[in-house]
Structures are given as C-alpha cells and as structure tokens.
Design a protein around this ligand. Structure first.
Ligand code: FAD
Ligand code: MLT
Ligand code: ZN
Length: 489
C-alpha cells in the first residue's frame, strides 16, 4: 500500500510448495494448527494474520502455523532455516509499527496456542508462563494472589506477553515498575536453527556472564521466537486512587508533574498527559459525560498506589488543593470508587482506539526531554496547515494533530489523524519529525519499536557503530536471515 517503504522480495528465500505444507501438517498434527493458503483458497482465514491493528499494513502470507509447544517451534524453525523459508512471529497482532505483519509471503508463526501459566511463587512474585498468554489473563491470575503484572496497556485484552517482551512495551505502569528489561527474570527462546536457549532463571539476581535474554527484549522477532518467560510481579497495592485534572498550558502540566513527584513521592504510580484535542476526540466518538465540565487545552491523569487508602486519598486531595490554589491546575476530580477509576482511565486508554475513526493515523512514539516534549505537536500542526493539508473538508487529508502520552516517562505519542494515507502528508512529516527528535537527542521509538514503519529511520537515534554491532548480532543469531525480514535490521 501507499504506506510501505519500497521493497522487493528477497530472491534468497524459497517459495512455499505443497511439500513444505505437508511437512508442517504432519508435524503439527491437527488441522486447526495450520491455515493453508498454498493448496486451497484460504484468504478469509489468512486475512487477520495479514493485516495489522491499524489496517495500515497488508501482507501476502499464504501459511499460518500455530505451534503448541517449544518442540514444535524448534522443529518449525529448523526446517524453515534449512529450506530458506522466511517467518514472522506473531503474538496478539496489536503492534503499532507493522512488525507483526509479513511483507511478502513469509510464514506467520502465531503463538496463541502456547498460553499456559506454569507456576507462580507467592513468596517471591515470580511468574512462569508461555509467551502466548494474554497480558490481561496473566494480570488477573496474579491479582487473585495479591500481585500485579508489571506492565499494563490499552491492548491488554489481546496482546501476548511474548509480544510485549519482543516489543519491550512500556505502557501505563512503567513509571512505577520500570521496564521489562528489569522485570523479565528468565526466558526460553528458540533460535532460527532450532536451538532452544533455556534461561528460565526465577531469581532476581544472576550475574553469570552476558545477559543474553536482554537481546530478545525489544528484538521484534528478528533473532528468534520467545516461547516462555519468567516475570517478576510486584505486590498489588490495596489502595488505588486516580485523579484527572484540566490545565491551561503545557508549562503548567510540567509544574503539576514536578509537584506530584514531590508530594505523592512513593505512592505515585502513573502520570499521563492528554491534550484537549485527544479528549474532544474520545468524547466525540464515545459520547458519555466528560469528567470535567469545561474544556481545557491539557489534561493529566494521576494514579497513586499504596497500602492505606485513607492516607493516600488525603495525600492526593491535599496535592490537588495545593495545585489548584496555586493555579497550576484549573479543575480536577478524584475517583470515588473502582468504577470511577476505570472511567477516568478510559479517557486516557481509549484514545488509541478512537484515533482511527476517520481513516488512519501517522503515529510517532517519541522520547524527548520534558521541557520540549509537547512543542512538536504545535510545530507539526503549523507545517501541515501551511502546506494546505489540514482542514475540515474532504479535500484535506489531515483531520487533526494530537498529542498524549506517558508524561512520567518523557514519552509523547504524536498522532496525525488522516482521512486517507497520503504521500504529500508523509513528505511534510518525514524526515522532519525524525530530524526534530535527533536535534534534541531524543528517541524516535520510545516504546512501540521500529518494525516496518520506522525501518529507514533507525539512524536518527542510533550511531553507525551501534547499528553495525546490531547487524553483527543479527548475523550471529540468524545467519540465513529468516527471522522477520524486511523489518528494521
Ligand atoms: P504483535 O503485534 O503480535 O508483535 C509485535 C512484534 O513482536 C512483532 O515484531 C512480532 O514479530 C514480535 N513477536 C510477537 N510475539 C513474539 C514472540 N513470541 N517471539 C518473538 N517475537 C515475537 N505499546 C506500548 O509500549 N505501550 C502502550 O501503552 C501501548 N498501548 C497500546 C494500546 C493499544 C490499543 C494498541 C493496539 C497497542 C498498544 N501498544 C502499546 C503497542 C504494543 O507494542 C502492543 O500492544 C504489544 O506489546 C504487542 O504485543 P502483541 O502480542 O500484540 O505483539
Ligand atoms: C498508548 O500509550 O496509548 C499507546 O502507546 C498506544 C498509542 O500510542 O496510541
Ligand atoms: Zn504508550
């Protein structure tokens, strides 16, 4: 489609034959574990595996394999490696950079059947589970034991923990529980030649040599397939409080964040930013009562997690009183019960889903020092207006430009909502956005990864030396190059 970098199929890869398919059917045994578009027309069944969550990328895969065990994965990869068949690992297919979608006829290896939770240590909080477990299922499982999964994000109902680890997803709890580089204690992964790397350590400390599993965290399926994980879960806080407030400027949002860290310190568990445009969008699409009566250019959502509800609530109220009386915030509301907490969060978590309303979005997921973080939204809006591309009529491809994100982690999601994808829009945005980030020593991919969308732009955030080292690692682990080709490396 229009959104693809121009690519040609790598002739080194073999084309699928009925003999290949017969091998996989024999291996996986049951019909439902193979979707075969080689011997039959299976377009409708293949479609969900060939298209991403945003309906932006479309692949041409003719075969989906659903392994049921690490041994299956190992045999599949060994065969693919020997026969030069390219593969794309796929979890819940909620990734936002086109990484989980084949580009040409790569085989999709879909991990959903590997979804067993193996064990949980109630003393240490270490959870052993398959890569194909759904994030929300894992979180609910540990919640029953008083623990919390260290990651939460809007796609929790369908993304897999293996996909989360492979993208090194950040999400809504990173401020409190840190990145998956710290929470993943152990991993089992299968290399392209079928070798099983077993590093299923369940302990927090393990300094015996190189920490190889770290390479797979954020590798986006380019080194091997993650099959099992050990995840350090934290004690779930019995007292959660959430407040949402409106602010007159981005400067005031920064002051509110500073003040929240000072006053809420150890109980602060999330600090999220939403601009007025994003909240008007959610209201327009979903309706319902707005949390605050008036409209503001900015909103922040603050969550506290502690052990004493009354004490935490008092602290949060006192914080709100202070920032209100100092005119840092213009208005605010504190959730009174669990359903109001969920409702306030939905104004933040619901943005991603509402964004696709008109047709599509150009997504930029960037880290920039906080002082500069929001100004890119204004600058991009001005550029698109000056180019005559942003407006209210069908003639204008761009509907609006909005920004929101994980303010506590200096991570902004800049979204350009479009009626249709358009090369003219793309030319105004790229490489301008990437150059803007590079000038500020930011990251062009804070948490979503590079996938296909950003494959040509890695150089804006990584030096030639680092890219060279990455290529060496890729060649070492995947010398034939079958793992998720055409993507960022
Ligand atoms: P997929 O989309 O299936 O795959 C993602 C990548 O990982 C691909 O490159 C794929 O090849 C690879 N992969 C998948 N499974 C494996 C495996 N077992 N072994 C090796 N490679 C594998 N991201 C954030 O960081 N923070 C957010 O707050 C956030 N919110 C989101 C909200 C919504 C509504 C949506 C749709 C997405 C959001 N995301 C967010 C994007 C995020 O990357 C994914 O939701 C999630 O981490 C991907 O998991 P998945 O199982 O869907 O992976
Ligand atoms: C989020 O923070 O909501 C996610 O990263 C998804 C998005 O960027 O829209
Ligand atoms: Zn995010």
């Amino acid at each position: 489609t229009d959104t693809y970098p121009s690519l040609t199929r790598d002739p080194r890869f073999a084309k699928l034959t009925p003999e290949h398919v017969a091998f996989f059917k024999e291996l996986l045994g049951q019909d439902s574990a193979v979707i075969d578009g080689v011997n039959a027309n299976a377009d409708a069944d293949l479609e969900p595996f060939n298209e991403d969550w945003m309906h932006k990328y479309k692949g041409q895969c003719r075969l989906v394999l659903k392994p049921g065990s690490t041994e299956d994965v190992s045999k599949i990869l060994r065969y693919c490696n020997e026969n030069k068949l390219a593969v794309v690992p796929q979890g819940g297919n909620t990734g936002l950079v086109g990484g989980s979608i084949p580009v040409f006829d790569e085989i999709v290896i879909s991990m959903g059947r590997m979804n067993t939770i193996h064990s949980f240590d109630e003393m240490s909080g270490s959870l052993v589970l398959d890569a194909g477990c759904i994030l929300e299922v894992a979180d609910q499982y540990v919640a029953e034991k008083g623990y919390i999964f260290p990651l939460d994000l809007g796609a929790k109902g369908s993304c897999h923990v293996g996909g989360n680890v492979s993208t090194n997803a950040g999400g809504l709890r990173l401020l409190r529980y840190g990145s998956l580089h710290g929470s993943v204690l152990g991993m089992e992964a299968v290399l392209p030649d079928g070798t099983v790397m077993n590093d299923m350590c369940t302990l927090r400390k393990n300094n015996t040599g190189y920490d190889l599993k770290q390479l797979f965290i954020g590798a986006e399926g380019t080194l091997g397939i993650v099959t099992k994980l050990v995840v350090q879960c934290a004690q779930r806080s019995p007292a959660i409080n959430v407040a949402l407030f409106g602010l007159e400027s981005y400067e005031k949002a920064q002051k509110a964040f500073r003040e929240a860290k000072l006053q809420l310190s150890e109980i602060l568990s999330a600090f999220e930013l939403m601009d007025g445009t994003s909240q008007r969008l959610v209201h327009k699409i979903r309706g319902g009562n707005k949390p605050l009566e008036n409209d503001y250019p900015f909103y922040c959502l603050v969550e506290t997690s502690g052990s004493n509800s009354e004490h935490d609530y008092e602290k949060l109220e006192k914080f709100l009183e202070d920032v209100m009386s100092n005119e840092v915030i213009a208005d605010g509301v504190v959730a009174q019960d669990a359903s109001q907490i969920k409702n306030l969060w939905s104004w933040r978590e619901g943005i991603t889903e509402c964004i696709g309303h008109w047709g599509g979005t150009y997504k930029y997921d960037v880290s920039i020092p906080l002082s500069d973080m929001y100004s890119i939204v204004h600058e991009v809006k001005d550029r698109l207006s000056a180019a005559g591309l942003l407006g209210d009529t069908d003639k204008h491809p761009v509907v609006d430009v909005l920004g929101y994100g994980h303010m506590g982690d200096s991570n902004l999601h800049l979204n350009i909502c479009v009626r249709r994808y358009d090369k003219e829009v793309e030319k105004v945005l790229e490489p301008y956005v990437y150059e803007w980030i590079e000038k500020r020593q930011g990251s062009i991919s804070a948490e979503h990864g590079l996938g296909l969308a950003k494959k040509n732009y890695i150089g804006y955030s990584r030096s030639g030396t680092m890219i060279g080292l990455m290529k060496q690692i890729k060649t070492l682990y995947d010398p034939v190059g079958i793992m998720n080709p055409y993507k960022y490396i």
